[in-house]
Design a protein around this ligand. Structure first.
Ligand code: XIL
Length: 630
């Protein structure tokens, strides 16, 4: 039914040329936040703030972040105690608030964090807004984070607590603001209507199914993956006590909008409560026969209840997640699952999942499967287990990638590797970080990175569509850049890895998927260059250069020039023709890599010599035009 409906829409799209408004590379103008709360403690009152228990909360002028007053919190008797404010009447469901507080210790040193406590029908949940951040007596520390209320509540408070000590605190200059939502673009093609080779999905939290987010989700996608709501800590936080409070609304939304659901995930080493791995003696499990039996029984009970709860509503399960460690000789991650049960946790998980969800496709899911060693270790495991009769239907490739990694060729090799096994393949968690290493951080996504990202989406999606007979779905790990796990992983910094921007407007990455001819290069840039030293030894080095035509016109040939400042000398170059005069280097195309369509790239590599230091060239020109250096 669904597939038929989609074909019809796709056919219509082909017949009627798109009349979509010109793609906006940066759709939303500077958003002006609206401040809905300020607590500055300048009026000599606590401005509604109170303790979470019996601690004392009083206005003070002993120290202040701004002005002369702040709030003093003393007589805390537990780390969770701290200043809190009722925001039940202030916060609206589905609005993304930015909460900013200034904190300082009055004695001692600790870490402070900012959280929200919400209650629905008496059941409390605690959402972290800003994680543990070092605080001392010497200085004010700012905690700023984002919070979207996704459920109906009858109690809602923001609060500050500490990690371990009960030292007194000061709080000052609290603000809560939000940027009004923009309507979603309804005049652009839906991703799901353009990409018809397989369903396209997005990972979601409760915030993504409300309001404009919910509209964007159902307009563009065929399926959802609950990003956290089905994990063990969310579904069985204490032994044999199951809750589906987070996941049920997402599954209900999917049903209401005719979307498929990927269940993620039944077994993982993360987001699994400590009790799972605690023996009957109250100690962390050691590898004994009793513990193995107990752990497998817990695993079986968990899967029976979670997968059993949803039955046919969940069509695909990531039964096990991230079990490979290619640095081990046997390729298997040394999680507690593994150290206590060997491979039996995987065997048990698939057997039980098949039994309680007989119609669901059962997947083994992992990241970095494009890395040959990891890919091969996963392949070996799947081949072995399937030969034993373990019901593994498919391999999930997470595809958490970035603007410069991996290559399309490695990704294609990843897909090809698994074809002989006869398993389904799904791209399960794709996002394309604008960062290439943990050291980078940009206050706002640079235009050239967003362009590079668009080309990655274009090339990867084209690859997936070419492999449409092997791939049975592609899921992005998030809906829009306002809510991505990469904002705090692997370090805290704003990332922008998805198809829609923080205001839900289509990015170049979106156009890269639906119509790459509409990718808009940033004004003025005709080329982008990545220069990477890939190996270095005493006196010598190897480097790769990638050149991308970011202009609007096709180039028939190219000539890339730069200057060395460290006396480097190129000794051998491949995939290009070299001229070097002193510091001046020019590389021109060979016969077969000269034509560069808009967005097209050419790469060449070389060996060189150096003495003293080997600085990368700061500037490049392509056919005499300055390039963006990536
Ligand atoms: C991430 C979630 O998106 C975050 O909200 C959470 O804090 C950590 O986990 N690989 C996976 C996903 O299989 O479950 C992870 O999801 C991202 C990496």
């Amino acid at each position: 039914m669904r597939a038929l409906a989609r074909l019809t829409v796709a056919a219509l799209l082909v017949a009627a040329p798109l009349t979509a408004a010109a793609p906006a590379a940066a759709a939303a103008a500077d958003p002006t936040p609206i401040t809905v709360l300020t607590s500055d403690f300048e009026d000599g009152t606590a401005q509604g703030w109170a303790g979470r228990a019996a601690e004392t909360v009083t206005p003070t002028d002993a120290v202040a972040h701004g002005g002369t007053g702040s709030l003093s919190v003393t007589e805390r008797t537990a780390a969770w105690q701290g200043p809190s404010l009722d925001v039940l009447d202030l916060f609206e469901k589905g609005t993304a608030y930015t909460i900013s507080v200034w904190v300082r210790m009055a004695d001692g040193a600790d870490s402070a964090r900012l959280s929200v406590e919400r209650r629905t029908a008496g059941v409390a949940s605690y959402d972290q807004v800003v994680g543990n951040t070092a605080v001392t007596t010497g200085a004010w520390v700012n905690l700023t984070g984002h919070y979207t209320l996704a459920t109906d509540v009858d109690f809602l408070r923001i609060y500050v607590e500490t990690a371990s000590t009960t030292g007194s605190l000061f709080l000052d200059d609290v603000t809560v603001s939000y940027v009004p939502a923009l309507p979603i673009q309804t005049d652009i093609p839906s991703v799901r209507d353009v990409v018809t080779e397989f369903p396209v999905g997005a990972a979601v939290t409760g915030a993504e199914i409300i309001g404009e987010h919910g509209q964007l989700l159902s307009k563009h996608f065929d399926s959802i993956t609950p990003g956290n709501a089905l994990k063990w800590d969310a579904t069985e936080p204490t032994e044999d006590s199951f809750t589906f409070a987070q996941a049920d609304p997402l599954i209900a939304y999917a049903k209401a909008h005719d979307l498929a659901v990927r269940g993620h995930t039944l077994v993982w080493h993360n987001q699994t409560p400590a009790w799972v791995f605690t023996g009957t003696d109250g100690q962390p499990m050691t590898a004994t026969a009793e513990n193995k039996e107990l752990l497998l029984a817990r695993l079986e009970n968990h899967i029976r209840n979670v997968a059993g709860h949803y039955g046919d509503d969940i069509g695909v399960w990531d039964v096990v997640n991230e079990v490979i460690d290619e640095t081990q000789a046997d390729g298997l991650r040394r999680s507690t699952w593994y150290t206590i049960t060997g491979l039996d946790y995987i065997r048990t998980a698939f057997r039980v999942a098949r039994e309680v969800a007989p119609h669901a496709k059962l997947f083994i899911n992992d990241y970095n499967t494009n890395v040959p060693a990891k890919r091969d270790a996963l392949f070996n495991l799947v081949e072995k287990l399937r030969a034993e009769g373990v019901p593994i239907d498919g391999v999930g490739h997470q595809m958490h990638i970035n603007v410069g990694w991996p290559t399309v060729a490695d990704t294609e090799a990843m897909l090809q590797k698994f074809i002989p096994l006869g398993v389904e393949q799904q791209i399960t968690e794709m996002d394309v970080s604008i960062y290439q290493n943990s050291g980078e951080s940009f206050p706002a996504p640079p235009a050239d990175r967003l362009l590079q990202q668009a080309y990655v989406y274009r090339d990867m999606m084209a690859l997936f569509r070419r492999y449409g007979s092997a791939i049975t779905s592609v899921t992005l790990w998030g809906l829009a850049d306002d809510n991505t796990w990469l904002d705090t992983f692997p370090v805290t910094r704003k990332d922008a890895p998805l198809l829609f921007d923080t205001r839900l407007q289509a990015k170049s990455a979106y156009w890269a998927v639906v119509d790459p001819s509409k990718i808009v290069p940033p004004a003025g840039s005709g080329c982008a260059v990545t220069y990477r030293v890939t190996g270095s030894w005493q006196g010598g080095f190897q480097a790769d250069v990638k050149l991308t035509n970011t202009g609007a016109a096709a180039l028939p040939g190219w000539s890339l020039a730069w200057q060395y400042t460290g006396g480097q000398h190129i000794t051998q170059l491949w995939n290009g023709a070299l001229t070097q005069n002193g510091a001046d280097v020019t590389v021109t195309n060979t016969t077969w890599n000269g034509a560069l369509a808009p967005g097209g790239s050419a790469a060449f590599g070389f060996l060189g010599s150096w003495t003293g230091s080997n600085p990368a060239p700061a500037a490049f020109t392509l056919n005499d035009t300055a390039c963006t250096v990536l």
